[in-house]
Ligand binder design. Structure first.
Ligand code: SF4
Length: 253
């Protein structure tokens, strides 16, 4: 049932987007194959610099950089966004109208680069960031993407990474294929799919022992103690460092 909140302009746009979902999925498949064939032959180290997003003033991630792919080119993101009760149903980034064109193109380009081919290790950039986020808009969609992120993390051992995902199965497959343990310089943050329902980290760890923390969104009626959002990430860093709070709780925006 629609609430008054859901009739805000952003939500009306979102409903329109859902109506066009199947058409969009077909269109993005075409975009993806064109982008991939166009870009893969032009790889150079410089090209990867465009892959990073610098987060601006006012953003929770202000002062940090991240690397992300497009939720609009991710079948799992699109499917989940149509299910009420899932946090993806409220996702700002999966609404085509909410992403500015330059950012949308950058994320699409990242999807093409990161999900289609394992990048040669020599072409993976080194960075000087102390902390860095993996996926601030989209999510994993295959094992190739997970291998590319793991190689990026391995190539930058001085940087502490926080990697958000709802799809840890691809990290598991990547670690198995690479025959490695999770690198020490990354915290894997499992993003709970349902609003108000934290994933059970003990159960998760039985299948995905590399998960470090869970991140759950609560609605405004919750009586839970919210422990995320008061500070910008750069002044908190709980998700970027080992230990600390393992069950992160944020209020629905
Ligand atoms: S707990 Fe801290 S580091 Fe994690 S998302 Fe919230 S503000 Fe950012």
């Amino acid at each position: 049932m629609l609430t008054s909140y859901s009739m805000k302009k952003a939500d009306r746009n979102y409903l329109k987007f859902l109506e066009k979902k199947d058409q969009i999925i077909n269109e993005v498949k075409d975009i993806l194959s064109n982008l991939a064939s166009d870009l893969l032959s032009k790889f150079s180290t410089e090209k990867y610099i465009a892959m990073f997003t610098r987060h601006n003033d006012g953003d929770k991630l202000e002062g940090l950089r991240s690397m992300s792919t497009s939720p609009l080119l991710n079948r799992l993101c699109i499917e989940r966004s149509s299910i009420p009760g899932l946090v993806c149903h409220h996702c700002y980034s999966v609404n085509y109208n909410n992403l500015r064109k330059s950012l949308r193109e950058k994320l699409e380009r990242n999807t093409a680069i990161l999900t289609t081919e394992i990048i040669d290790y020599d072409l993976i950039p080194t960075i000087i960031d102390r902390y860095f986020r993996i996926e601030s808009f989209g999510d994993l969609q295959n094992v190739i993407q997970a291998i590319n992120y793991l190689n990026f993390i391995l190539k930058n051992p001085e940087t502490m990474f926080a990697w958000w995902t709802k799809n840890p199965q691809y990290i598991k497959q990547a670690l198995q294929q690479m025959n490695i343990e999770k690198p020490q310089n990354v915290q894997i943050v499992f993003s709970s799919p349902c609003i108000n329902k934290p994933a059970d980290i003990a159960i998760l760890k039985k299948v995905f022992p590399f998960i470090d923390k869970t991140f759950t969104v609560y609605d405004k009626q919750t009586t839970e103690t919210i422990n995320c959002g008061k500070l910008h990430c750069i002044n908190c860093l709980n998700c970027y460092k080992p230990g600390g709070v393992t069950e992160v709780k944020e209020l629905l925006k």
